[in-house]
Design a protein around this ligand. Structure first.
Ligand SMILES: Cc1cc2nc3c(=O)[nH]c(=O)nc-3n(C[C@H](O)[C@H](O)[C@H](O)COP(=O)(O)O)c2cc1C
Length: 199
């Protein structure tokens, strides 16, 4: 591969004492070791957007808030996304859901994969995020990482590290493989569309 795929690793929790940094650093280290992905952490703490209160959705009206505009511009520079998601009340976090409401064309026809954590590995949040992704015209991958049960509690509260959880590596590889495949395929398809439009 001549060019690496630009992939954003989005951190979905902004709490001061969040767990999110640990799984984000873990999956980034695995992505960095592959050679086909240039991964960058995008932290919602750096984009403190107000609750969505625009005159219309992003497809119909330009975003007026400068932080939200910066968030949209930042995400537009990536070939795909890996959302590291907590689960709050069986849902994605409010801060992530709000941030996604601001998005439009800059993420359309691009893939998104998930690393979930929590009692059941963030599975319920991930399922909801897949539905949101479809409405954003993104391509959510089938493969995902779920850091669940004793694995989650071990790293969260019992002093374990991800080095103690090698059984998660196959799902991390499958998720990144899936994301890279779709990112390559959709990048090529978007470029073909742009060339056809220019002709
Ligand atoms: C408001 C709130 C709701 C939560 N609801 C769930 C839940 O539905 N399922 C779950 O597995 N964990 C739930 N938890 C526990 C989280 O998994 C745990 O606090 C985790 O550390 C949150 O991620 P963060 O530290 O990165 O913010 C909840 C935590 C909070 C603060």
């Amino acid at each position: 591969m001549t060019h690496k795929l630009n992939i954003a690793i989005i951190i979905s929790s902004t709490r001061e004492t969040r767990f999110a940094d640990k799984p984000a650093a873990w999956i980034k280290s695995i992505a960095d070791a592959r050679g086909d992905i240039a991964a960058e952490v995008v932290d919602l703490r750096d984009y403190p957007m107000p609750f969505f209160e625009e005159v219309a959705g992003p497809a119909y009206a330009p975003t007026s808030n400068p932080v939200a505009r910066a968030w949209r511009e930042k995400l537009g520079g990536f070939d795909g996304y890996l959302i590291v998601t907590a689960e709050y009340n069986h849902s994605p976090t409010g801060v992530l859901s709000n941030a996604l409401d601001y998005l439009g064309a800059e993420v359309a026809r691009k893939p998104v994969a998930f690393v979930g954590y929590g009692g059941v590995g963030g599975a319920r949040a991930v399922e909801q995020l897949r539905q949101i992704a479809v409405e954003l015209q993104m391509a959510p991958t089938r493969a995902a990482v779920h850091i669940a049960g004793a694995d989650f509690l071990g790293v969260w509260q019992q002093g374990k590290s991800f080095d103690d959880l090698p059984h998660l590596l196959p799902s991390a590889k499958a998720t990144l493989d899936d994301l890279a495949w779709w990112a390559t395929a959709l990048k090529s398809a978007r470029e073909a569309d742009a060339q056809a439009l220019a002709a």
